[in-house]
Structures are given as structure tokens and as C-alpha cells.
Design a protein around this ligand. Structure first.
Ligand code: AMP
Length: 404
């Protein structure tokens, strides 16, 4: 495996798999985070004197067109990215309106150092998601070096994210800078962590997080459980949870998890108290209660003051922190306080030398909402991919480059 930073791309054609699956409304890009995320990789190749062929998916054209016949492939085009990227780079970006056509091959072959070509949406072909080998081989012919910078799709064994790597020798395939950052952060937390290692797991459902918690029982010293999923544990232990979120079919599993944690000497921290509401609404009446004594007709929608103090202490004593999932319904102002306080505790621990990784879905949205994203060690952009990594799965996009 070669490293991107030390590779010299002079006079080479870098075929870069990026994740340009950005929100586009009426042809206008409404959030350019993913495009900006790929810029360091693109700029390094251009600065070396290489040229670039960019490939990405956008949406799910074939599946959506099947369900909504008024849509056409043109509704899923990557064309709006051309002018936007060109603006960001300050250089012309060429476009091929098919990713494996003669036109794409000719344009790729004619590229000169410093030039950039964007291919049309890979998912116009069903072969992409199927991981078709012939399709992957056709794509591979477009470049001399394969760079994967799309961590968001690293958990998919698609043609452009994994299968394609077999057509490049070991020194001609590598992670881009964005992907490399994600892999280093994930490995640091799961495999090279310093103890105490606290995992903060929140969100709605315990069933969504069970695989992660199971993995963490072998890695973490402390696991903080907040959000809606905590009430399944309280009910399993015989507590009164009123109308709080609960998965009644997971009560046995919750008890088994607590027992496993005790056997492995992992401390599980459940929120002592909760902010409770008389309905699931932004304008609900609120009060506070012990989390295992929620009155009938009320529901826990955030962690309370005691829980915040309890969790803060654990977080501030940690050397490694992984955070996935909010502590409450942080989208509503009345129930954002717990998630915000935990975000601030993670920031404080980071200032004091802890390594903190915020990964997967809503906790990322939360640190962004509170303006704290640049005050933790790493915020992952790869929602589903990062979750699967934490669940202990081998990601095809990583394996394809690392394992040969
Ligand atoms: P997840 O995608 O599983 O991480 O869940 C995130 C969602 O869980 C967010 O939309 C939160 O509003 C929601 N959530 C967090 N705490 C609670 C709670 N106590 N009751 C209901 N929903 C919650």
C-alpha cells in the first residue's frame, strides 16, 4: 500500500473516487461540505503536476426512477458540480456525460497536467452497486493511479469503491487525505486508544446500537448511555418510565448487556435523572424526574442536571472519547441542554489532552449545531461507514486498498 502524501503524481492520471453526493435543489448545491472535503486531495495531485479524473455517485437514480417514473437520469446528474468545483479550484473542470463511454475515455486520455475531468454519476449503471468486475475494469483504464477519498461509501463493496482496486498494483492505489484521516481516527479510537476510554452512546433505539455496544465492551472502560435508548435499560431493571421511548422486545437483551459489562468490568453509566415532558413537542410542559421514576403520562426527552454532572465527571477523566448519538431530542430547544452540556464536556476533556472522535449521524449534527465541531479532535463525515467500523466490520473500501 502506497501513501498519498508521499506519492508524486507528476505526469500521472489520478482516478479519484470522491463522495460528491451533495444535496442539490433545482440545480443549486445547498451544502458543499463533501466537495470541500475532497479539495485537499485534489489540490495535492494538481500541485504535483498530475491530472485528475473524478468519479462519484449521486443519489439512487435507477431505484428512484423505478418508483417515480416521471424522473429521468438527468434529474440525477452531477453536472451542477462542474461550475461549483471549478469555482472552488479556480481552474476549469471538464465533464464527461457518461462514466465509461468513448467520450469519457478520450477526454481522460487527453488530459494534461493540471487538468480536471468529472465523470457523470456512476450509478447510472446498475453495475456500480452490484460491484461488477467488468465495469470496474473499464473505469480502472481511465487512470494510472487509483485514489479512494470516499469514506462515506467505504462500507459498500461497489465497483468504484472496492472492486476497482484489484486492477491497480499495490503502489498505485491509496487512500486520499480525507479517507486517510477517517481511517487514522477510527483506528486510533478502536485499536490504539489510551485508557480510560469512554464511549458515549445515545440516540433513539438500543436495537440500532447493540452491535456497537457489544464491540465496545471489549475496548472501553466506561460506556455512557443516554437518549431514548436509556429507558429500555431502566424498564428492564424494573423502573417506571411513563411514556418514554422503550423497545419492549429488547428488555432481556438490555439485562444481558448489563451483565456482560459487569463480567468484563466495564462501567455502564445510565442518566440518574431526566427532563420529562407531557408530550413529544417543542412546546410541551416540562419537569424533571429520576429516570426510573417517570410519572404516568410523561416521557423523558433529555438527561437532567444530575446526569449531566455524573457524565461530565466520567468524560473529563477520560483519555479517549468516542461519541455517537445525542443525549436527548436536541432538535427541540427545550431538550437540547443535555446534549450541549455533554458536547462541552467533550470539548473540555479534549482541551485537557484527551482524543475525542464524534462519529455517526446525529451527534455530528449536534456538535455542528452548537458550533463545537472544531474543538473536538475529529468529526467523522462517514455516517454509516463509521458506524459499521465501530460495529467491528471490515469495510470493503478500506480492505480493498489495505489488504493487497
Ligand atoms: P439515532 O439516529 O439513533 O442516533 O437517534 C437520534 C434521534 O434520537 C434524534 O433525532 C433524537 O431526537 C432522538 N432522541 C434522543 N433522545 C430521545 C428521547 N429521550 N426520546 C425520543 N427520541 C430521542
Amino acid at each position: 500500500m502506497s501513501t498519498f502524501s508521499t506519492h508524486n503524481f507528476a505526469n500521472q492520471k489520478a482516478l479519484i473516487r470522491v463522495d460528491f453526493n451533495v444535496p442539490i435543489k433545482n440545480g443549486v448545491i445547498t451544502d458543499d461540505t463533501r466537495i470541500r472535503g475532497a479539495l485537499p486531495t485534489i489540490k495535492k495531485v494538481l500541485a504535483d503536476g498530475g491530472c485528475i479524473i473524478l468519479m462519484s455517485h449521486w443519489g439512487r437514480p435507477l431505484k428512484d426512477i423505478e418508483k417515480k417514473p416521471h424522473l429521468t437520469l438527468a434529474d440525477f446528474s452531477l453536472k451542477p458540480v462542474v461550475a461549483y468545483l471549478s469555482n472552488l479550484l479556480g481552474t476549469e473542470v471538464q465533464f464527461a456525460d457518461d462514466c465509461i463511454s468513448d467520450d469519457a475515455c478520450n477526454k481522460a486520455a487527453a488530459l494534461k497536467p493540471g487538468q480536471v475531468l468529472l465523470l457523470e454519476n456512476l450509478r447510472y449503471y446498475k453495475q456500480e452497486e452490484k460491484g461488477d468486475k467488468d465495469f470496474a475494469e473499464k473505469l480502472s483504464k481511465l487512470g494510472d493511479v487509483y485514489v479512494n477519498d470516499a469514506f462515506g461509501t467505504a462500507h459498500r463493496a461497489h465497483a468504484s469503491t472496492a472492486v476497482i482496486a484489484q486492477f491497480f498494483p499495490g503502489d498505485k492505489k491509496m487512500f486520499g487525505l480525507l479517507m486517510e484521516g477517517e481511517v487514522i481516527a477510527a483506528e486510533k479510537v478502536m485499536h490504539n486508544n489510551q485508557k480510560p476510554f469512554t464511549a458515549i452512546i445515545g440516540g433513539a433505539k438500543v436495537s440500532d446500537k447493540i452491535l456497537i455496544i457489544e464491540q465496545l465492551l471489549d475496548k472501553a472502560t466506561d460506556i455512557i448511555i443516554g437518549g431514548g435508548m436509556a429507558y429500555t435499560f431502566f424498564k428492564a431493571e424494573g423502573g417506571q418510565i411513563g411514556n418514554s421511548l422503550c423497545e419492549d422486545d429488547r428488555l432481556d437483551m438490555a439485562i444481558a448487556l448489563l451483565k456482560k459489562a459487569a463480567d468484563k468490568s466495564v462501567c455502564i453509566h445510565l442518566p440518574a435523572d431526566s427532563i420529562i415532558a407531557d408530550k413529544f413537542a417543542a412546546d410541551a410542559n416540562t419537569s424533571s424526574a429520576l429516570s426510573n421514576e417517570v410519572p404516568t403520562g410523561w416521557m423523558g426527552l433529555d438527561i437532567g442536571q444530575m446526569a449531566i454532572a455524573q457524565f461530565r465527571k466520567v468524560i473529563c477523566e477520560s483519555k479517549t472519547i468516542l461519541w455517537n448519538g445525542p443525549m436527548g431530542v436536541f432538535e427541540m430547544e427545550k431538550f437540547q441542554h443535555g446534549t450541549k452540556a455533554i458536547a462541552e464536556a467533550v470539548v473540555e476533556a479534549t482541551k485537557n489532552g484527551a482524543y475525542s472522535l464524534v462519529g455517526g449521524g446525529d451527534s455530528v449534527a449536534a456538535v455542528n449545531k452548537f458550533g463545537l465541531a472544531d474543538k473536538v479532535s475529529y468529526v467523522s463525515t462517514g455516517g454509516g461507514a463509521m458506524l459499521e467500523y465501530f460495529e467491528g466490520k471490515e469495510l470493503p473500501g478500506i480492505a480493498a486498498i489495505k489488504n493487497n
